[in-house]
Design a protein around this ligand. Structure first.
Ligand code: GLU
Length: 297
């Protein structure tokens, strides 16, 4: 089996990122699999090369190693363009001229998590109407009125009707940048990834990604969506929680202290005692990992 780290170099890793990375690594190492690192620097506005170097240094400091590195997403445009062309050839891609403000002011339905469900505004535009537009369009993929479901290794059965719960989604932004949903599928398939372990915040993206695997004729991996770490008051951790980013944590903790604490939060250890990555791999078992959507840190 092949697993992966897929960090976005948009800031310093925080404790929540380390939690997902640790579980991905433990799953691979406890099964004698192969670990791949892929820098997801898709968004030029948010990502910095310096952050990518720091990420790697932080992973090494933690003792979370990898066997090979995939080409960073910023250098994979041709592969994404190829997938985009295949989807276009299926007649499933159309230009969308809606602005963010229009989308939010329209009475579009929202999913349970507050995400906007695209109402299909630009789906039926005629060629003449498109020719009149002056702004560069984003590109959306039509979704079918059907369920895409899978069995998550931790969360159990998950299913979504793409029309009802999601709507046509963007696969290429107006500035030309390919969307995460498309890039992650193309790259996981190209990298031979067979197991994806990542945070619960991406559970909801998975049915869209399964649809893309289907359309592109690719084999999907198995998925494990691990709990999100929250602050003690239940608030989601973010890059703004500086005291929980590795810049600070590396001054105040040893790698063993951090990993042992995270393994305890995950349910793997009975007490928050220091442990190395290798020691944790020796006792790792998915059956012991918490199934809850969130864990307080
Ligand atoms: N690059 C994404 C992130 O850092 C993770 C994508 C994934 O695991 O599918 O949030």
């Amino acid at each position: 089996m092949t697993g992966r780290f897929a960090p976005s170099p948009s800031g310093r890793m925080h404790l929540g990122n380390v939690f997902s990375a640790l579980l991905a690594w433990l799953s691979v190492r406890s099964q004698g699999g192969e670990m791949v690192l892929r820098i997801e620097d898709l968004d030029p506005d948010r990502c910095r090369p310096a952050y990518a170097e720091t990420l790697k240094d932080d992973l090494r400091w933690l003792g979370l190693d990898w066997d090979r590195e995939q080409t960073p997403q910023s250098r994979r445009t041709a592969a994404y363009a190829g997938a985009f062309d295949r989807l276009s050839a299926l007649g499933l891609v159309y230009p969308c001229y809606c602005t963010r403000d229009q989308l939010h002011s329209a009475s579009a339905p929202h999913a349970a998590d507050g995400r906007l469900i695209y109402p299909g505004t630009c789906r039926q535009l005629t060629d003449a109407q498109r020719a009149e537009k002056t702004k560069a369009p984003a590109w959306r993929l039509r979704v079918p009125d059907r369920e895409y479901g899978f069995r998550d290794g931790l969360q159990g059965p998950v299913s979504q009707n793409l029309t009802r719960d999601c709507g046509d989604f963007i696969i290429r932004r107006a500035d030309g940048v390919y969307a995460y949903q498309l890039a992650v599928v193309v790259d996981d398939a190209a990298g031979g990834v067979t197991q994806v372990v990542r945070g619960m915040d991406l559970l909801d993206s998975t049915p869209r990604q399964l649809y893309l695997y289907d359309l592109l004729g690719l084999e999907p991996p198995e998925f494990y969506h691990v709990p999100l770490l929250t602050a003690p008051d239940g608030r989601r951790l973010s890059k703004r929680d500086r005291d929980l980013d590795l810049g600070v944590l590396r001054q105040t903790h040893t790698p063993q202290q951090l990993l042992g604490r995270l393994a305890w939060l995950a349910g793997l250890l009975d007490r928050p005692e220091p442990a190395s990555a290798a020691e944790l791999a020796a006792v790792f078992d998915w059956n012991r990992i918490k199934h809850t959507p969130q864990v307080k840190c």
